[in-house]
Design a protein around this ligand. Sequence first.
Ligand code: FMN
Length: 407
Amino acid sequence: MATPRPAAPVSRGWGSGGLTGAAAALRRRYPTVDDLERAARRRAPRFAGDFVGNGLGDDVCLRRNRAALDACRITPRYGVDVRRVDPGVTLFGRRYAMPLGVAPMGLAGLLRSGADESLAAAAQAANVPYVYSSVGNSTIERIGKMAPDVFWYQLYGVPAQEHRVSLDLIRRAAEAGAQVLVVTLDVPVRAKRSGDVRNGLVVPFKPRLRTLLDVLGAPRWALDLLRHGQPRFGNFEPYLGSRPSTQALATYVYQQMAGPMTWEALARLRQAWPRAMVVKGVLHADDAERAVRLGMDGVLVSNHGGRQFDAAPATLEALPQIVARVGRQATVLVDGGLRHGVDVLRALHRGAHAALAGRAFLWGHGAAGAAGARHVAALFEEEFRLALAQSGAVDVHQAARGGADPG
Ligand SMILES: Cc1cc2nc3c(=O)[nH]c(=O)nc-3n(C[C@H](O)[C@H](O)[C@H](O)COP(=O)(O)O)c2cc1C
């Protein structure tokens, strides 16, 4: 069992305020993900902060995810020696530091440049899974180098020519060392996100009066854009000739990466992918069962962070039925609204083997760059250890059983 690591080397006096070092300073400035979100939103124009933070429709599903987590109670068990807790977990044959990874996020560089690299490096350092998006702003090859031990790849299908490009993307991901392929099922149509429509969001960013005023209020973001350029959909460069423009890449993604991922296409991808494979965006137990029958190693219970279908259930509500149906044959993961270490415990308590968080990590990068992303991993790890111990569990197996064994 691992020994608990202190958050920072020395404490002068009573209280965590006495801790020293750069990590401790971040911890004081941003003790929670909410603090990071506020800072990240202040730094970025409204259209960028809203793109990350919003759901769709009336944000009902977005709020439902959070409300279900808040409503999840765990009765603690005391009297257990919890001085040594082990937050580690084994997923698809590999040991990770805790049962929480980074969810895939496309166009993450809109909030602050370098997001994908920053999150990948933070995940590698923290030894947690990092799921790199098909519509990320780096490249598959670069992420493979930055996160060699924790790289998972997320695929959105490109249906044209019998998925020629989809198959090539996963070939490249396998070559770059991705250990797990995550295929997203829950985007049969492009979502209408009225907040983005209202904010005039378009990539590449076009200066219109509304967006210009928005950017004028975010000078650090604007400087960053001037220095690093607009976010590019770098994974698609090989399919558009030599050094395609940012505009050409964005148009390609908008036009080609559209249409449903079908069970038939999934079966073909299963044949082509040599390692573990997970279907993302499952909310119905019948769909979970079908995915497992197709040979999937895992299902990710997700409603896309409330960004696709406002009537969808909270993921924590959908989770127990899916665990009951496929939890013995497959790894069940969940995401949606996680912002605290105790949320990871809640996910395990409802039967998940592990969870992912998206926005939480991106707010960290948005507020404080690479150090901010690392800080979020540290926050989750510290809080998850505390939550485990407080509940009376010393490892993830006991956490799933709801604290210490009786007797
Ligand atoms: C800005 C943003 C971009 C996203 N892009 C993708 C994506 O490219 N592929 C995907 O499967 N899911 C995508 N998602 C959904 C996340 O993977 C994940 O399901 C969701 O964000 C989890 O909820 P949380 O952000 O509240 O933790 C995106 C989410 C956000 C916030």
